[in-house]
Design a protein around this ligand. Structure first.
Ligand SMILES: [Zn+2]
Length: 414
């Protein structure tokens, strides 16, 4: 190695220029990006990434899911590689940084290594995962999900967008159906840099979020059945009004999240009232519940307590009740050693850091199922994301890339 690792730094202007060049592809009137998965814009973004990677001597590998890997061979070809990556697709009214930053920070790492002619023991790969956002093809994180074995390739190929376009046809159309198998393989370490998409780093004046994991979630539907009756003649004590049970249930759900702060979350996103008439006591309420916590044990406990809460509240008011599980995702706990490595990389560079849990899903959620994984967060203005106004400061993006560079170098030379 010609240069001591401590001297290597990301180039802030080059990283920013790459981000702004990518932001031109699918640019919206309000300064955001609209680059749906497997659209023409997605193809142009992929082409740009591939061109940049080739310019610094990378090999390109595309797998059956259209996941694009820029490969920089290490000196020991048989040693399991280090992976860096995120996604280039965006929400329809997305920002310039969500996902893109993780791919281009990875590219910046490779550019620094190419500039300084640094040889690493392990191969380093930068991946752009297909269809992370899930806004065109449901579900989200599909490319990494198939690789991790969470979905079959056939399931992914069959996904259809709102206009009836099939995933496979669109993948073929943009020319990104590769031949490499979309399946797990041995990785030494995997890293993803991302904007926080929440307010904590900015609010606490912290540059680097050392992400310890991703919250688990449980979706439940609560149905409360009472008896419809007239809003006037029926005395209050004669009613079986499902709202009487719903109020303590909703209040109790928030209390449950509060008791499990700072990471506990409870969201009542949708309530349907039947028949939904101003002067009729409703016969039925359907309430959607979203509970989250990064620790599996705590989340299980929260769900159990919520069941008890529904039962107690409903029985007290003689309301019939049902709680149906709709969907769940287990919490992801990142690799302790890599989390520590991100933390020490940040502190050795003099950046303020704090440990943080991701409230949003990321490709790393799937990667963590088959490889040691960690994430690096940088602040975004007002915690705003999935929004055309999404903003991040060049110096924070640079800091995140520097932490990524240092952590990747350490892992790639182990
Ligand atoms: Zn993202």
């Amino acid at each position: 190695m010609s240069q001591p690792i401590e001297d290597l730094r990301a180039d802030r202007d080059r990283l920013w220029s790459a981000l702004m060049a990518m932001a031109e592809i699918g640019k919206t009137a309000l300064g955001g990006c609209n680059r749906p998965a497997l659209s023409d814009e997605d193809r142009r973004a992929r082409d740009q990434f591939v061109q940049w990677a080739r310019e610094i001597g990378c090999q390109i590998r595309v797998d059956e899911m259209g996941n694009v890997f820029a490969v920089r061979p290490g000196t020991e070809s048989e040693a399991p590689p280090v992976l860096i990556g995120s996604h280039l697709d965006t929400q329809p009214t997305g920002g310039r940084f969500d996902g893109v930053y993780g791919v281009l920070a990875g590219l910046e790492v490779l550019r620094v290594l190419a500039d300084r002619q640094v040889d690493c023991r392990r191969t380093i790969e930068v991946v752009s995962w297909t269809n992370e956002e899930g806004s065109r093809f449901v579900p989200a994180m599909l490319g990494s999900g198939v690789v991790a074995g969470a979905h079959t390739l056939e399931f992914a190929y069959d996904r259809t967008d709102r206009d009836g376009h099939k995933f496979l046809d669109e993948l073929d159309r943009i020319g990104y159906r590769g031949s490499a198998p979309a399946q797990t393989r041995r990785l030494h370490a995997a890293f993803e840099a991302h904007i926080e998409q929440g307010p904590i780093l900015e609010r606490t004046g912290t540059t680097i979020g050392v992400v310890t994991g991703i919250q688990g979630l449980e979706w439940l539907d609560v149905v409360l059945d009472g008896v419809e009756c007239h809003a006037g003649p029926t005395p209050m004590e004669d009613r079986r009004d499902p709202w009487r049970a719903a109020c303590p249930i909703i209040d109790g759900a928030f209390e449950l999240a509060h008791r499990n702060s700072p990471w506990g979350r409870a969201t009542i996103g949708d309530v349907r009232v039947r028949p939904g008439s101003r002067n009729t006591v409703p016969g039925q309420l359907s309430i959607s519940v979203d509970l989250r916590h990064p620790q599996a044990v705590t989340l299980t406990q929260m769900v159990a307590e919520f069941h008890d809460l529904v039962e107690t509240s409903a029985r007290r008011c003689h309301i019939d009740f049902a709680v149906q599980p709709v969907w769940g995702m287990p919490a992801t706990v990142f690799d302790t050693r890599l989390v520590d490595l991100v933390e020490t990389s940040a502190s050795s560079l003099g950046y303020a850091s704090r440990r943080i849990v991701s409230g949003a899903g990321h490709d790393s959620l799937h990667v963590a199922k088959f490889a040691p994984t960690a994430m690096i967060f940088v602040p975004c203005a007002g915690g705003l994301s999935h929004n055309e106004q999404e903003r991040a400061a060049p110096e924070d993006l640079e800091a995140g890339a520097n932490v990524l560079l240092r952590a990747v170098l350490a892992a790639a030379n182990e």
